[in-house]
Design a binder for this molecule. Sequence first.
Ligand code: DAH
Length: 339
Amino acid sequence: MDLAQLAALHAESLDAVASADDAAALEQTRIRYLGRNGLLPAVMKQLKDVPPAERPEFGKRANAWRNELETAMTARAAALTVQPSEAAPAFDCSLPGRWWRAGAQHPVSRVIDEVVRIFSRLGFTVADGPDIETRFNNFTALNTPPHHPSMDAADTFWFDDDKLLRTQTSPVQIRAMLAQPPPVRIVTPGRCYRRDTTDATHSASFHQVEGLYVDTTPVSLADLKATLAHFARAMMGPDVGVRFRPHFFPFTEPSVEVDFSCHLCRGQGCRVCKQSGWIEIAGAGMVDPRVYRHVGYDPDRVYGYAFGMGVERIAMIRYGIADIRHLYENDLRFLEQFA
Ligand code: DAH
């Protein structure tokens, strides 16, 4: 054994320590070099055979090898017991940020919020009613005759003879007037239910916003028209106008259907307005005297109008949604467009 061989062993042992990648491999390395029958004790035993001139230098280098090897073993053992997460910095500010998918407001909620916002600036407050209603609130007090087809089990979800899922938000009018004397100035967004077969424009569950203004000072059809004309401009754009068409609802007299001029073609005629230039938006009218009697108001002393509009319909027109079912399927590719 000469100095060159010693140097080779020294280097090889340090490499072995560095490449031991778990505790078992490191222990094998320790046994191979430092163990009782290991290479280092064997080298020490050969010291006496080294020529006397080289012996001090050989001894010195063998000791240095032992020290370096032991230090390397200790450091490697420590490195192997440290968990990678502890070894990494707690926060690496050089990494790209994590992207969190932000939620978006559903178009139905957006339209409801917008309608409420517009009417609250006109002094309307929001009123609420339950989805499960009574026959009286949903039909009778709204002057619907007892055998009206809308009460049929084919159109309305009945729980029993009296309870049903409301088919419209109009019963909230009845609740509001039963609860307080005039003036009443409310809008009532909410969910409604009908036994409709689902297709591109129908759903068994949908939303309406009802409006009611009743006062002891004169309120006229002209007030209704001015209010809805303001709403049309605020909701659809400054050039949009309204048109009333005579109609019939049991709870209003006279009754009208309300059209907005088409905001897309400005009345010229397009696909959305079916070439007519007008889009049907709401039902409305002057509250029928029989409704006042049902809630204990004196029909000779109060004046008022009511209106009701479909939220999904407004959302579809406003955002160009071709099929009502998109609004209920929770497809993120659709919903993310409203972020
Ligand atoms: N409730 C009616 C419907 O579902 C809409 C409606 C029409 C509401 C006229 C009203 C109204 O308040 O005055 O078709």
